[in-house]
Write a protein that binds this ligand. Structure first.
Ligand SMILES: Cc1cc2nc3c(=O)[nH]c(=O)nc-3n(C[C@H](O)[C@H](O)[C@H](O)COP(=O)(O)OP(=O)(O)OC[C@H]3O[C@@H](n4cnc5c(N)ncnc54)[C@H](O)[C@@H]3O)c2cc1C
Length: 245
């Protein structure tokens, strides 16, 4: 296990949507030192559309879900549970702009705010924010979800590194007087991601989960995917020198 050094983790998760939060929660519960970095803590584990499926057993989502619970309370419950895992889980607001890479291995990320965050394993859980355009009626803006800006830096950097992408889109119907909208975004191309191990195979030490690799998925589905990736990573940490991951 890693020394208790600021900004150094066993696993760094970028993006605290349903997928990334599940990964971080399960790993920290199992004793790993985890950094969960996300662009806005106010939108952590916050559903912005209707929840179509009930949560699967054994997920953080199942622990905090209650039918009819307002979205902001679901967010608050999940955030409280994640925060209660401190100091093993460090939750912070920052925007990743670049991967730190040495000899083909990802060692963490640089942030727009300045600090670098280092880890033995980095997980990208970036959702619908890569090259995202959100359209409501005639208005279009760079946003990955309603009211959440999508900044171009990380996406441009990933393209410079040679990552390939495929176009995806998600649509929300009109709801309780609010207009419907569509988000068009890029997800990692299927040849970049190994479904079984969840690795983004272009570099070692890099994994992907949720909508940024699947292109779609309900809150319940991506949250289960997060739990599945956490199980894989726990196996890595138990059975392998992680440098081989
Ligand atoms: C238009 C729309 C309609 C949907 N409809 C449904 C539905 O009907 N039913 C349903 O169950 N689900 C629905 N969903 C939910 C969706 O399909 C996902 O399940 C859900 O958003 C969780 O995905 P995720 O965790 O992969 O990513 P997201 O929830 O998108 O989270 C990704 C997080 O990463 C952060 N991030 C991105 N880039 C960076 C960066 N560079 N640095 C730091 N943080 C970063 C973002 O701020 C965000 O918080 C909808 C979503 C959208 C956008």
């Amino acid at each position: 296990m890693m020394m208790d050094t600021p900004n150094r983790y066993d696993v760094l998760v970028v993006g605290a949507g349903f997928a990334g939060s599940e990964v971080a929660y399960r790993l920290a519960q199992n004793g790993l030192r985890v950094g969960l970095l996300t662009q806005s803590l106010d939108s952590l584990f916050l559903p912005v559309t209707e929840i179509s499926d009930p949560p699967a057993e054994g997920t953080l989502f199942a622990e905090v879900y209650e039918e009819g619970l307002p979205p902001f309370l679901l967010h608050a419950r999940a955030k409280w549970r994640l925060e209660s895992l401190a100091p093993r889980l460090h939750l912070f607001q920052a925007t990743a702009t670049r991967l730190c890479i040495e000899d083909g291995r990802v060692l963490g990320v640089e942030s727009w705010e300045g600090p670098e965050y280092r880890a033995r394993v980095t997980v990208l859980a970036l959702g619908s924010f890569l090259g995202a355009r959100l359209r409501v009626g005639e208005i279009e803006e760079a946003a990955g979800r309603l009211g959440e800006a999508a900044y171009p830096d990380f996406y441009a950097h990933l393209r410079e590194l040679g990552f390939r992408f495929e176009p995806s889109s998600l649509s929300a119907p009109p709801f309780k007087g609010a207009p419907g909208y569509t988000v068009r975004f890029d997800r990692f191309a299927s040849e970049e991601w190994d479904r079984e191990s969840c690795r983004l195979t272009r570099f070692s030490g890099l994994f992907g989960v949720g909508v940024c690799v699947l292109g779609s998925g309900s809150y319940a589905q991506v949250s289960l995917e997060g739990t599945r990736l956490a199980e894989r990573l726990l196996e890595f940490f138990q059975n392998l020198p992680v440098e081989d991951a």
